[in-house]
Structures are given as structure tokens and as C-alpha cells.
Design a protein around this ligand. Structure first.
Ligand SMILES: Cc1cc2nc3c(=O)[nH]c(=O)nc-3n(C[C@H](O)[C@H](O)[C@H](O)COP(=O)(O)O)c2cc1C
Length: 352
């Protein structure tokens, strides 16, 4: 086995909590917000962050001064791991060097995305079926950089092949393995199988590997994440869609956590949304469509409230951030003020 060369993953305090890479969701703005909202409530927040997945050839064309949009970042996101996908080892070698020059803390190779648009090119989860190419990509990254290399993957393509596949990956000397406990063909159906995650930890231990194993799949809170660490022995947990149901999820391991999301008054939840809209506008200035952000408005509202559902429907019809903010202000003014709003609220008045 090739020994891991670097220590980011070994140095992070356990358990590692991280926000999953999610295309069109976890851009530089959202990554910063999630971490800063956690800090605002006295919680450490995700200890490491990931970019959205990025084609390796875009990395080659990027420079620190002019990065591809998905590679934009700020120092507040450190340590930030860049996630890349592709099939060409030469590009991985060149891209890895370029990404190191851009200041990322690690490189993650996507070997898990189940979408046909990427699988049909032989990339992402298709690599589970072509292990020799997967190994070449890891080796090419190693030649291009001394940064830690991780792989994010699933348990198999059609059926779980954790024993074969995860053992193979760990044998390549990767520094961390992020395992989503589903096979690619399941997409997001059913439930992630945490037993496969535990099996991967056992394999890692039996190999004497020092790679960190990060479990992923269906974790909806930090308490739930702790349960995953207890049941499987993983070094850390990656949380994706859970953040849609609780944007303050990473603020909850604080001595003074925020009230449950659904208990926050509309004004306060809207305050967080307005903060998101304003930061998005400031960062992207129209270079990333406002429609992308609109898809995630619903995370800030309560699905069982007819009043909020009606408000959301009206918001979807609006084309500009200014119009959205104006309607949100009106809606908050019409709402009775809640006197029990905690002091660290992100209120619409403090953001406007
Ligand atoms: C909207 C969306 C976009 C995603 N984009 C990526 C991506 O760019 N890279 C990646 O490795 N996984 C991506 N994923 C998968 C997540 O990182 C994660 O593995 C998956 O959602 C399971 O975790 P969860 O149950 O905590 O959501 C995406 C998932 C969603 C819902």
C-alpha cells in the first residue's frame, strides 16, 4: 500500500463534521454562511468544507486571479477541499498542480455522482466499474501535487461492492474516503446503508491504513451524525440535504444553540434568507443566475404553513433580488412581532 503523504485529514479533530458538496447549493457564499451562522451561535461549524464538483479541465484553465466560478473561495472557507471529476489522467496531473497553486487544502476526486450526464463519459460513479482508471487518476493527482487526496464515492454501481471497491481505494494510499452508503443505481431512493460504512472502517483498520473514513447519507442533524460515528466508528460525517431542512444545523453543537428552526419566527428565518440573497448578489453580481438561488428559498419557510407557502409561491414569480427583498419585508411587517426572538438573530432590519 502507498502511504498517505499529507496530514489534513489526520489532524482534524474528531469527529469531523463537514458540509457535503452540492452542485448549485454549496457555492462560496453558502459555505461561508453556514460556517458563520454556526460561529454566530458559538458552535465550531464544519471543520472542513468542499467545493461543488468541478470538471478537471476547468481547473486547468483557472488561475488564482481568475478562477472558474465553482472554484471561487475566500480564506474564511479554509480548510477547503476542491472536488473534481473527469477521466483523463494527464488532466488530473496538470489540474492538481493548478489547484495546489490556487490554495486549496486538498483534492477530492468524485467517484460517486450517479447522474447519467457524467456516468456516460466514464467519470464519477462509473469509475467504480473501472478501478484501474480510478487508480490512474489518483496516481496522476499524486504526481501533480503534494496535497492530500480523498475520494468521495458510493458502495457500488448496482449492488454494494464495498469489500472490493473500498479496499481497492484504500490500497491506493488515499488520505480520506468519503462513503455515501448507497449504490449509484439507487440515486437517492431508499436509505443509506450505514452497515457498509461500518464495513469500510473495518477494512481500513484491517489494512493498517491511516486514511480517514467519512460517512455520508441521510444524516439530518448533528445528534444523528454522532449516532453514525458511534454505530460505525467513522472519523467524521458529511451532511448534505439535512441543511435544507435546518439551515442552522451546524450551529447546534453550541452551549447556546439556536431554537429549533421551525420554532424561529418568520422574521428571523427571513433574516437568514435575506442575508443569503445579499451575499449571493454581492459575490456573483449576476454571473450566477438568481434562479439558481430561488430553488432554495423554500428551505427558509415552513412547509406546513399555508401562509408561508403562499408567500413562497409569490416569491417564485419575482425576477429580481430587490423585488424579493421588498416582498419579504412587507410579509415580515404584516406578521405579528415575536418578543422572544433571541439576541443573535439575523433580522431583516439588521441586513437591509
Ligand atoms: C442538489 C445536490 C447536489 C449535489 N452535488 C454534488 C456534488 O457536486 N458532488 C458530490 O460529490 N456530491 C453531490 N451531491 C451528493 C451529496 O454530496 C451527498 O453525497 C448526498 O446528498 C447524500 O448525502 P445526504 O443524505 O446527507 O444528502 C449532491 C446532492 C444534492 C442533493
Amino acid at each position: 500500500m502507498i502511504p498517505p503523504m499529507t496530514t489534513l485529514w489526520q489532524d482534524l479533530p474528531r469527529p469531523i463534521f463537514t458540509l457535503a458538496p452540492m452542485e448549485d447549493v454549496t457555492d462560496t457564499v453558502f459555505r461561508r454562511l453556514v460556517r458563520s451562522w454556526a460561529h454566530r451561535w458559538g458552535a465550531p461549524g464544519p471543520s472542513v468544507l468542499f467545493t461543488e464538483f468541478t470538471r478537471i479541465d476547468s481547473a486547468i484553465r483557472s488561475t488564482p486571479e481568475k478562477p472558474d466560478g465553482r472554484l471561487r473561495s475566500t480564506p474564511e472557507e479554509a480548510p477547503l477541499v476542491v472536488q473534481v471529476w473527469g477521466t483523463n489522467p494527464a488532466e488530473f496531473e496538470e489540474g492538481a498542480a493548478a489547484l495546489e497553486a490556487m490554495g486549496f487544502a486538498g483534492i477530492d476526486i468524485n467517484m460517486g455522482c450517479p447522474a447519467w450526464k457524467v456516468r456516460k463519459s466514464g467519470a464519477c460513479s462509473a469509475l467504480i466499474g473501472t478501478p484501474s482508471l480510478a487508480a490512474e487518476l489518483i496516481a496522476a493527482c499524486r504526481r501533480g501535487t503534494s496535497l492530500p487526496i480523498s475520494v468521495k464515492t458510493r458502495t457500488g454501481i448496482t449492488i454494494a461492492e464495498t469489500d472490493r471497491w473500498c479496499r481497492f481505494l484504500l490500497d491506493q494510499g488515499i488520505d480520506a474516503l468519503v462513503l455515501h452508503g448507497r449504490v449509484a443505481d439507487e440515486m437517492y431512493d431508499g436509505w443509506a446503508d450505514w452497515r457498509e460504512i461500518r464495513r469500510t472502517v473495518e477494512i481500513r483498520d484491517s489494512l493498517g491504513s491511516r486514511a480517514a473514513v467519512i460517512g455520508n447519507g441521510d444524516v439530518c442533524s448533528l445528534d444523528h451524525a454522532l449516532r453514525l460515528t458511534e454505530q460505525t466508528g467513522v472519523d467524521g460525517v458529511m451532511i448534505g440535504r439535512g441543511i435544507f431542512f435546518d439551515p442552522l444545523l451546524f450551529a447546534r453543537n453550541s452551549p447556546t444553540p439556536p431554537p429549533p428552526w421551525e420554532d424561529l419566527p418568520l422574521q428571523e428565518r427571513v433574516g437568514y434568507l435575506v442575508e443569503h440573497i445579499q451575499a449571493y448578489q454581492q459575490e456573483w453580481q449576476g454571473k450566477r443566475s438568481f434562479e439558481v438561488l430561488k430553488k432554495f428559498f423554500r428551505n427558509y419557510f415552513l412547509p406546513h404553513s399555508p401562509r408561508e407557502t403562499a408567500l413562497l409561491r409569490r416569491l417564485y414569480t419575482l425576477g429580481s433580488p430587490a423585488a424579493v427583498t421588498e416582498l419579504l419585508e412587507e410579509a415580515c411587517q404584516a406578521e405579528p412581532q415575536d418578543q422572544s426572538v433571541p439576541a443573535r438573530k439575523a433580522s431583516i432590519s439588521s441586513q437591509a
